[in-house]
Design a protein around this ligand. Structure first.
Ligand code: GCB
Length: 602
């Protein structure tokens, strides 16, 4: 059965709603940015969509007797993409609803096209409408959505209105408390996309694992068309490999293919080789740059292209500290991944939610492997079936967006969640679901660890979280030296891993104010953090099956949990780089360690 048919059947069996409803690969389609200044109206009581005259109608008084109690025309503006908190002091602490309006004229770039509006992300719930018609709602602050406006768009005076609400709720993902800033608003690009009446909605490609050792490699994939009157076939070409193959399109507009090649250069951090792939079907053509590699585990090893690899990683938040905003551009991605490269990383954990697509595409180009995750983080309502459906939908969305990126090797399904009947059932269902959607990547989670009952109870840790049964890689966070004990206590600790699987230390670290110096026992000094890194790294070297680490964290980041005056001032200070881009001493400790790992492995 074809992957998409299987997906639809699976979604049906699981009682889920439709597949992700957005167009992928938007930068390679005919698009027009709707970024820039958008008018906004604050809606503190979230009543803008109800009552006599909902805001999405965008009314103005017809005559002097008419009553309209809002005005987009006279409202102030905010920049899109961008969080509201980062743009105006008076909005820094605002959590609630806001209505955004963009007006524009439309000159089609394609003839007889269909038109969609694509939103890269808006945090957290968004009601979307076009030219006064309410079209739908999207939940989730970090994944894209798009909606069709073909029948509504006109030459002059179009208006798109997005009502965005970033209130936190116990049954949302994430829940009520997170250690990062709750940036509200339209945080990523909005674009107008034009496609032919029947268009290439999506395609998937990956290197067939079984063919890795064969002379002739196979690249498997599928094409999905959208529209009416599907052409009998599509064509897939990879010019550099001399491949051009005709693909039969069935009655549902889908076709599968397997391309054979003897010349393939595999993608790896040392050689992040991307190939241009072109697909054409009827009037539509779509292109992309794709890398081909395999990823699997064998016992306690992670194998990239069949070879063991040590993942020299770092955790990263999707925030540009200098602009104090969500990252939202290629430059932002280059800034963050550039620091990671300088550290000697071949791997990054994109914590704790889907990052902007530019991050993933840049990682593909720069040769940085990725761990991606959803905010299944502290305080999730595990009992709720609705929350489970939401988690599955958000996973389907991020997989839909990033499935063709060679850089992404791990989907992580949770961070620091405590085992229990409801949590285990919930995460078990998520693990099965993610694996069904994407069997070409590894699953992990930042698992729970306990003090061992036997042995030396104060010093031996046991990682036996039942959810790890379902995972390929066992990961855990460990903050000895910061949240418990002095750094040198690391010397006494041992780790017992209950699974014969590779291990990633998904977090460790401690805070330091860049430029503050003391001895290695002085909290918040660069020397304390430096000392802690040395002690921690020596300890983790003793973890059986250690296959990588993603210390916490690359850069200081904004968090409402971190309010110590003159030290934190609203910033989590565990960064190796300060919020102004200055490196702390511990940066160089990790850099040195990664140099030794680079020469030891591969
Ligand atoms: C953790 C969390 C991370 C926090 C970090 C900290 O374990 O996973 O989100 O930011 O600790 O700084 O305490």
């Amino acid at each position: 059965m074809k992957t998409t048919s299987l997906l639809i059947l699976l979604l049906f069996c699981l009682g889920l709603q439709a597949q992700p409803n957005f167009i992928t690969n938007v930068d390679h389609r005919t698009n027009t940015s709707l970024g820039g200044k958008w008018k906004y109206i604050i809606d503190q009581y979230s009543t803008g969509a109800i009552g006599f005259s909902p805001l999405y109608e965008n009314k103005s008084p017809k005559d002097k007797t008419d009553r309209v109690e809002y005005s987009f025309d006279d409202a102030q503006s905010l920049w899109v993409p961008g969080s509201w908190n980062s743009q105006k002091d008076e909005l820094y602490y605002y959590e609630g609803s806001m209505w955004f309006r963009k007006t524009f004229d439309y000159q089609p770039k394609l003839k007889n096209s269909r038109v969609f509006i694509y939103v890269g992300a808006a945090n957290y719930k968004t009601q979307y409408s076009f030219n006064g018609k309410k079209l739908g709602e999207h939940e989730g602050g970090f994944t894209p959505f798009s909606f069709e406006v073909t029948d509504l768009i006109r030459e002059k005076d179009n208006f798109v209105i997005l009502g965005v609400n970033n209130r936190r709720e116990p049954d949302y993902i994430p829940g009520m408390v997170t250690d990062w800033y709750n940036h509200g608003g339209i945080t990523r690009d909005v674009k107008l996309i034009e496609v032919p009446q029947t268009f290439i909605d999506d395609f998937t490609v990956s290197l067939n694992k079984e063919s890795l050792t064969a002379k002739e490699k196979a690249i498997d994939g599928n094409v999905v068309l959208n529209g009416k009157d599907f052409p009998a076939d599509a064509t897939v070409t990879i010019p550099e490999l001399g491949i051009s193959q005709t693909v039969k399109i069935d009655a549902e507009g889908e076709g599968t293919f397997s391309l054979k090649t003897k010349k393939l250069e595999l993608w790896s951090p040392e050689n992040p080789k991307l190939y241009t792939i072109n697909i054409s079907a009827g009037e539509d053509q779509l292109t992309d740059e794709v890398g081909f590699r395999t990823i699997e585990t064998k016992g306690k090893q992670i194998l990239l292209n069949g070879q063991p690899i040590f993942l020299r990683g770092i955790s990263i938040h999707d925030e540009n500290p200098i602009r104090r905003d969500r990252a939202n551009s290629v430059d932002d991605a280059k800034l963050l991944l550039g620091w990671a490269k300088e550290l000697g990383c071949n791997f990054a954990r994109l914590a704790h939610y889907p990052h902007q697509e530019n991050m993933v595409r840049q990682a593909d180009k720069m040769g940085i492997l990725l761990w991606e995750e959803l905010p299944l983080y502290w305080g999730i309502d595990w009992k709720s079936d609705q929350v489970l459906e939401n988690a599955k939908r958000q996973y389907a969305e991020i997989i839909h967006r990033d499935k063709n990126r060679a850089a992404t090797i791990i989907w992580s399904i949770a961070n620091e969640t405590s085992p229990g009947t409801d949590r285990n059932r919930f995460l078990g269902a998520v693990a099965d679901y993610v694996r069904e959607l994407d069997s070409t990547r590894l699953l992990s989670a930042a698992c729970k660890k306990d003090l061992a009952v036997d042995g030396h109870p104060d010093n031996d840790y046991l990682v036996s979280d039942p959810i790890a049964e379902k995972l390929d890689v066992v990961s855990f966070n460990e903050y000895i030296g910061w949240y418990g004990g002095a750094p040198e206590e690391s010397r006494k600790k041992t780790f017992i891993i209950a699974y014969d699987k590779p291990v990633i230390i998904s977090e460790f670290g401690g805070g330091a104010i860049q430029g503050f110096h003391g001895d290695s026992t002085t909290r918040w000094s660069e020397e304390y953090q430096e000392y802690m890194y040395k002690e921690n790294i020596a300890m983790f070297e003793r973890v059986p099956g250690l296959s990588g680490m993603t210390p916490w964290i690359l850069v200081d980041f904004q968090s409402p949990l971190r309010q110590l005056p003159n030290v934190q001032d609203g910033w989590n200070r565990k960064g190796l780089v300060s919020e102004t881009g200055q490196k702390k001493k511990a940066f160089y400790v990790l850099q040195e360690y990664y140099k030794t790992k680079q020469t030891a492995a591969r």
